[in-house]
Design a protein around this ligand. Sequence first.
Ligand SMILES: Cc1cc2nc3c(=O)[nH]c(=O)nc-3n(C[C@H](O)[C@H](O)[C@H](O)COP(=O)(O)OP(=O)(O)OC[C@H]3O[C@@H](n4cnc5c(N)ncnc54)[C@H](O)[C@@H]3O)c2cc1C
Length: 380
Amino acid sequence: MDFSFTSDQETQRNHLKELLDEVCPPEYAESCDNEARPPREAYEALAKHGWFGLILPVEYGGTGGSAIDLAILLEEAGRHFEELAMWLFRTLTYGGYAVMQHGTREQQQALLPKVVRGELSFCFGLTEPHSGSDAAALATRATAVAGGYVINGQKVFTSGMDISDYCLLVTRTSTGAKKQQGVTNFLVDTGLPGIEVRKIKTLGQRAIGTTQVFYTNVKVAASAVLGTVDQGWEAVDSYLWYERLCLSAARTGAATAAFEYALEYAKNRQQFGRPIGKFQAISHKLADMKVLLDVSRMLVYRFAWLMSQGKATRVDAAVLKLHTGEAYKAVSDMGLQILGGYGYCMEYPMQRFFRDSRLATIGAGTSEIQRNIIARGLGL
Ligand SMILES: Cc1cc2nc3c(=O)[nH]c(=O)nc-3n(C[C@H](O)[C@H](O)[C@H](O)COP(=O)(O)OP(=O)(O)OC[C@H]3O[C@@H](n4cnc5c(N)ncnc54)[C@H](O)[C@@H]3O)c2cc1C
């Protein structure tokens, strides 16, 4: 068993780190969060340096990288700024991976070269007001008409809809015996008439954030269907696996940044004539944080490896999502405690990790749902 990265992967990570140190330093992340401003400059710099093509085939301008390469990219981006990693992951997953796996040749030729050049952004519209954890109970309707479909319904928590060119929208096109039947995915141009987007105020993830979207008689061409009509749920499942890898890598990166900040603080902050890190109550927290992060990283790269071997299971994805989300939440909570009153101040970055990490056990499948999946895998 070999736990090391290849020398190419080490070089790639170093290049990426150098670039992000320059275009996405902590002050930049802080100002984007404070001003609720998407990290556009950093996003464009990643595109300019070719990172959007990492997992896409060479024929579309990509470099055909592996799931491990992708995890490295997301971990490093998340370590610099989680919202940058989230934006990147949405485009790579719903624009890159989804179109590559489920798109027609025409869709691939039209969209993938633009994804590689960073010219298009994508988001994902699955959750609805009445279907959250029970995602397949979705009700947004796409009705076939001459030349295409008319979409009516409402989505909630479509993150980044207001800055995206396309939304990968999950709709119901028919009613089958099971709720997973009759589901169809569309690539919907976000500028179409009949789409209304409202921003939702949230605790964290403020730079890009999330939205509520209303679809009223939105007309789309038949060519906007992604994959097979009425059989889209299997594709949704495949995006969710991919999403779990990307989110877990990004959040492990963000948790690492929170840990590094707390460690440095504990070495420098003096109370009772010594650095607070010399108090066992503080040093043990830091030791626990390191263990949580080591396990997170191992799970991220194990899952990436399993995916690249075609061996990943639903339970593996749930174990990954559950641990990395809970670990990020615990690490940022302990980090805040280590900073004492300063952890609670908006001038210090720990509050951002604390706020952002709260979503990690909720979004893309709650921790409770992950435990259900793991328990089912145990035959319970
Ligand atoms: C900031 C943010 C960004 C998001 N971004 C996106 C996005 O881009 N696209 C998108 O489609 N969605 C997005 N989501 C939606 C997210 O995936 C859902 O919020 C999540 O799946 C939970 O659904 P819910 O909020 O409706 O909670 P509910 O499903 O109502 O759950 C409420 C509580 O009940 C528990 N629960 C529910 N069912 C069970 C069960 N069977 N067993 C045990 N406990 C259960 C849950 O774990 C939770 O604690 C986002 C959400 C947020 C907050």
